[in-house]
Design a protein around this ligand. Structure first.
Ligand code: AP5
Length: 217
């Protein structure tokens, strides 16, 4: 069973690899970032609250995020495995997830930690364009859509995320270093951590992840 956590700094390639993983392994993609962006687009109360944090690059409060994931993981489609992308991001989130996965008997099988250095992350984030409809990420240099400005998957017009400014990215990187990096040790201690070099090409990163999945399956 593949019950996977995908972690890494902003721009490491989590969303890009997630698209490939769910297509190859047929497991649901649970991206807290995508869920918040959908709630923001629909102007739900949770979305309006999340927007206050996300647009500044800050993490959404733990209680809001944990509730969202708890509801999603309880759904039937997660019985065949799941891919958590961007969750957990803090120690309290990781502890809540540990309790929850025990309760629902769906233990985490591996944590894939995609690494990349700051200079590359800045280039990736500032050159990224995303599909507002299906969430697919592209890049103006390294991953151009077939038709400029148009999503390959659903045909929507690509946009630049509001939090993809240099100012917001600095806050996001700071949140990553202070709040998310401690999770590396947390999962290392549990024997679940697999580091993957995110600086190599998209296909090579994907191959490395597939090799890890074959090992643990
Ligand atoms: P979220 O949407 O999760 O954003 P993030 O973690 O900052 O990550 P990104 O989506 O920016 O990057 P990515 O790693 O997916 O990179 P991508 O594949 O697009 O979260 C957004 C916000 O929501 C957070 O800041 C927070 O406010 C809130 N939030 C979400 N989860 C939360 C939680 N658990 N708790 C609290 N708050 C939460 O790649 C980037 C670019 O690089 C793309 O253009 C891509 O084409 C390119 N690229 C990728 N890989 C490669 C490669 N190997 N070679 C060349 N180019 C590449």
């Amino acid at each position: 069973m593949l019950n996977i956590i995908l972690m890494g700094p902003p721009g490491a390639g989590k969303g890009t690899q997630a698209k490939k993983i769910i297509a190859a392994y047929d497991i649901p993609h649970i991206s807290t970032g995508d869920m918040f962006r959908e709630a923001m687009a629909n102007k739900t109360p949770a979305g309006l609250l999340a927007a206050e944090y996300i647009n500044k690059g800050l993490l959404v409060p733990d209680d809001v995020t944990i509730k969202l994931v708890k509801e999603r993981l309880a759904k039937d489609d997660c019985a065949k495995g799941f891919l958590l992308d961007g969750f957990p991001r803090t120690i309290p989130q990781a502890e809540a997830l540990e309790t929850l996965t025990k309760e629902i008997n769906r233990p985490i099988s591996a944590v894939v930690n995609i690494t990349a250095d700051k200079e590359v992350l800045v280039k990736r984030i500032t050159g990224r364009r995303v599909c507002p409809a299906c969430g697919a990420p592209f890049h103006i240099e390294t991953l151009k859509p077939k038709v400029e400005g148009v999503c390959d998957y659903c045909g929507a017009t690509l946009i630049q995320r509001k939090d993809d400014t240099l100012e917001s990215l600095a806050v996001r990187l700071n949140a990553y270093e202070n709040q998310t990096l401690p999770l590396v040790k947390f999962y290392e201690e549990r024997g679940l951590l697999h580091d993957v070099d995110g600086l190599i090409g998209l296909e090579e990163v994907f191959k490395t992840i597939c090799d890890i999945f074959e090992e643990i399956k």
